[in-house]
Design a protein around this ligand. Structure first.
Ligand code: ADP
Ligand code: ASP
Ligand code: MG
Length: 411
């Protein structure tokens, strides 16, 4: 008998019919003798709808009150799924994050799970029930409702699997696994049988929203066997694993990630003196703004240009701060650009292969796509380009690194 945590995302519980289909699926596992904990998201579109309502009242909604209302999406689906299970003859019971006691810190809208009390869930499982838990939500020490950030139900699923020492955490969604890149952008993308935690973490951090970043961090830290599967189609899905197979066939690049979430800021004509980077970025970090990529040009005429990226939500505040700094340090000008995109190639195979970055730059050059910034780590290369070329760049790289699925009939 296995203990399995199954998480179903928004589209998988998007209608009453789908919820009934999910119940049938869970029933099959339960009847086969497994102990099942199900984690559900809100119905697709519901979290956006709730945030929209809040924004009609406050442009920047109060974070505590926002959590109180956006967490209701998941409370609806746990009740509906538990009913659907009862209707098809499965003993089931639903729990909110507070009822389980998924304890988090108090960082509303982006809270981190600190501890999970597994007593009630274990007792219900022992009594033969399927336990349905609300994703995305928790409670802090003071009893305030918190949420875990967009896509946070993945993290609820993995954290519960870790707390219960489950045999597997299965993430059911609207694609049949993790692909070489978002299949909505590149139809030739291929499903991966396996991907390492390290690669998946890079992919998620660099923009592949198929799994929330924290869920992958949790799974890696507690070694939770994690699989991404299609909710309503049979198939092996993608296993997220620890081992890096040293096979000859291992591709250099496992996947391509991208995002449109960042904006670029440049300060020009900065006197090139020691401490200049600190003078520019100190006030930005003091304002709690995270900086991603950074480039400082070689000094010319004793002045230099300095460019960095931040999340688009922080763009306006970062630009205002930079303009003030520019005046203080006597820079020529401070400018910004929100129409950028970041494209990254990811793969552990890069460690043992030279020339991967230049192969990437060549593929982009062939499409006449200008690279504005570059950053690398051991297993990834990221570039910033003009946003309008994003899809072209991703497709070109997918082909250049031989990730395209073979054309039909050519197999
Ligand atoms: P859910 O609501 O089930 O949590 P999400 O929309 O959060 O589903 O995640 C699934 C979506 O992630 C897919 O529909 C797909 O478009 C997108 N996606 C982005 N990158 C990838 C990738 N590399 N592999 C698979 N799906 C991806
Ligand atoms: N409902 C939440 C969201 O839309 C959490 C989730 O779906 O994982 O972000
Ligand atoms: Mg998701």
């Amino acid at each position: 008998m296995a203990l399995i945590v199954q998480k179903f995302g928004g589209t998988s519980v998007g209608t009453v019919e789908r919820i009934e289909q999910v119940a049938e699926k869970v029933k099959r596992f339960h009847e086969a003798g497994d102990q099942i904990v199900v984690v559900v998201s809100a119905m697709s579109g519901e979290t956006n709808r709730l945030i929209g309502l809040a924004k009609q009242i406050m442009e920047q909604p109060d974070p505590r009150e926002l959590d109180v209302m956006v967490s209701t999406g998941e409370q609806v689906t746990i009740g509906l799924l538990a009913m659907a299970l009862l209707k098809c003859g499965v003993q089931a019971v639903s729990y909110t994050g507070n009822q389980v006691r998924i304890l988090t810190d108090s960082a509303h809208t982006k809270a981190r799970i600190q501890q999970i009390d597994d007593a009630r869930i274990r007792a219900e499982l022992k009594a033969g029930k399927v336990v349905v838990v609300a994703g995305f939500q928790g409670v802090d020490e003071q009893g305030n409702i918190t949420t875990l950030g967009r896509g946070g139900s993945d993290t609820t699923g993995v954290a519960l699997a870790a707390a219960l020492k489950a045999d597997e955490c299965q993430i059911y969604t609207d694609v049949d696994g993790v692909y070489t890149t978002d299949p909505r952008v590149v139809p030739q993308a291929q499903r991966l049988d396996k991907i390492t935690f390290e690669e998946m973490l890079e992919m998620a951090s660099l923009g592949s929203k198929v799994l929330q970043i924290r869920s992958v961090e949790f799974a890696g830290k507690y070694n939770v066997p994690l699989r991404v599967l299609h909710s309503f189609q049979e198939g092996p899905g993608t296993l997220i694993t620890l081992d890096e197979e040293e096979s000859m066939e291992q591709p250099i690049i496992s996947g391509i990630a991208f995002n449109r979430d960042e904006a670029k800021l440049t300060i020009r004509g900065v006197p090139d003196t020691p401490g200049v980077a600190f003078k520019i970025l100190g006030p930005i970090s003091a304002a709690n703004i995270e900086v991603d990529m950074i480039v400082q040009n070689v000094a010319h005429d004793n002045t230099t240009d300095f460019t960095f990226t931040v999340h688009r939500n922080d763009y306006q505040s970062a630009l205002e701060i930079l303009k003030r700094t520019g005046v203080e340090i006597g820079a020529r000008e401070s400018v910004g650009d929100t129409k950028i995109a970041k494209v990254s190639i990811v793969g552990v195979g890069m460690r043992s292969h030279a020339g991967v970055a230049s192969q990437m730059f060549e593929a982009l050059a062939k499409e006449s796509i200008n690279i504005q910034m570059i950053s690398t780590s051991e297993i990834k290369v990221s570039v910033v380009i003009e946003e309008k070329y994003l899809e072209l760049a991703v497709r070109a790289l997918h082909t250049a690194f031989e990730l395209d699925a073979p054309a039909r009939g050519a197999e």
